[in-house]
Design a protein around this ligand. Structure first.
Ligand SMILES: Nc1ncnc2c1ncn2[C@@H]1O[C@H](COP(=O)(O)OP(=O)(O)OP(=O)(O)O)[C@@H](O)[C@H]1O
Length: 347
């Protein structure tokens, strides 16, 4: 495999609040390769958005990026000056946020907002920026762009607003697009259309994409590789097919069971038991142990690192080698011998 275009290692970001120190990102590591879509998936509060904001160096008080590295084309973004980061943001790495209504300014037309982004980053005339705006609106599938360029955000549907945001995010043809829950507020038909547009744009512009989502169904349909986030870390990394075929981390396995389409049994939807950990008071040892059906004394004590469990696959679980495939019919895992502790119980 080629060298990654983005390589995040042991990233630590904390928020120093009156209630305590929130370990929002607590040693996260992942790679993004050229032209691929990497899904970062996990429940709400697992540190996905803060990870993305840390990559962009967009963490404000009371937050601080404490350590780690974010290598982009060989350079560590954490060592760049703010001026250098401003040149990278939007131009080379672009981010699209979850809520188009708060990301779009209600008092300016859609066209004006796209034009402004173009003029901020590119040395073009107003006329060229206008033409580029129309062409971007066409690219993202906004019908009749010449007419709709003068519409205001409230005159657009949710799906069209999300397309407008996408147009802004790709206006400088970034190498990397980070899309944070881009379809959360949309119905499934519109969601599918947005992902189709993203796919077309990726092909046209050759972008690499980080897609942040809490929805494994979205991951299955759109991603090449997956990083599963839990407790401010990545706990499993795998190719998408391998992940669905045989999830190795018990948390990933729990997420799979909460996915109705995998088993075609809506009535047996089983959410992962328990709550996401409080990032201001993480449990000892493995942060998943209080919810894990396989937890042993060792899990309460040792904090497992992300390590290789098979080629092209890492998991942060001391028992990870021992879990067999989840049966798609029943959603239960066959009993298997654990490589490290001599045996595990069924999920
Ligand atoms: N400005 C802030 N001040 C204090 N804590 C924060 C701040 N921003 C985020 N956090 C905390 O960081 C943790 C991780 O949040 P993050 O938004 O990254 O989670 P997430 O997995 O993206 O969830 P969601 O899908 O709900 O956005 C949360 O506990 C959150 O409360």
């Amino acid at each position: 495999m080629s060298d990654p275009i983005l390589s995040v290692r042991n990233l630590v970001t904390r928020f120093y609040t009156d209630e305590g120190t929130v370990k929002a990102v607590d040693g996260s590591s992942f790679d993004l390769h050229e032209g691929e879509t990497l899904g970062i998936v996990g429940e709400s509060g697992s540190g996905k958005s803060v990870t993305a904001l840390s990559v962009m160096r967009l963490i404000d008080d009371p937050g601080r990026i404490e350590s780690g590295s974010v290598r982009y084309n060989g350079d560590d973004l954490l060592e760049k000056s703010e001026a250098e980061m401003r040149a990278i943001r939007g131009n080379e790495i672009s981010m699209m946020f979850q809520d188009p209504m708060t990301s779009l300014n209600p008092v300016f037309t859609i066209g004006e907002q796209i034009r402004r982004v173009i003029l901020r980053h590119q040395d073009v005339s107003k006329q060229e920026a206008h033409e580029r705006t129309i062409s971007l609106m066409t690219d993202v599938g906004i019908p009749e762009p010449e007419a709709r360029v003068d519409s205001y955000p409230h005159q657009f549907s949710g799906g069209m607003r999300q397309r407008a945001l996408l147009a802004m995010a790709i206006s400088c043809e970034p190498d990397i697009l980070i899309a944070d829950e881009p379809t959360t507020a949309l119905d499934v038909t519109i969601e599918a259309q947005i992902f189709e547009v993203l796919d077309d744009l990726q092909e046209k512009y050759g972008m690499s994409i980080i897609l942040i989502t809490h929805d494994l169904g979205v991951v299955a349909g759109t991603c090449d590789r997956v990083a599963v986030a839990y407790g401010g870390r990545i706990v499993e990394r795998a190719d998408v097919d391998d992940l669905f075929e045989n999830p190795r981390h018990p948390y990933t396995r729990g997420l799979m069971r909460s996915l109705p389409t995998l088993r075609g049994q809506m009535d047996r939807l089983v959410p992962v038991k328990g709550d996401v950990p409080n990032l201001a008071a993480l449990p000892s040892g493995c942060s998943f142990h209080p919810r894990c059906p396989h937890a042993t004394d060792a899990c309460r004590e040792y904090d497992p690192e992300l390590r290789s469990v098979e080629p092209n696959r890492e998991a942060a679980c001391i028992h990870a080698r021992g879990y067999g495939p989840i049966s798609k019919e029943t959603g239960t895992a066959p009993r298997t011998e654990a490589a490290t502790d001599g045996g595990v119980v069924d999920d």
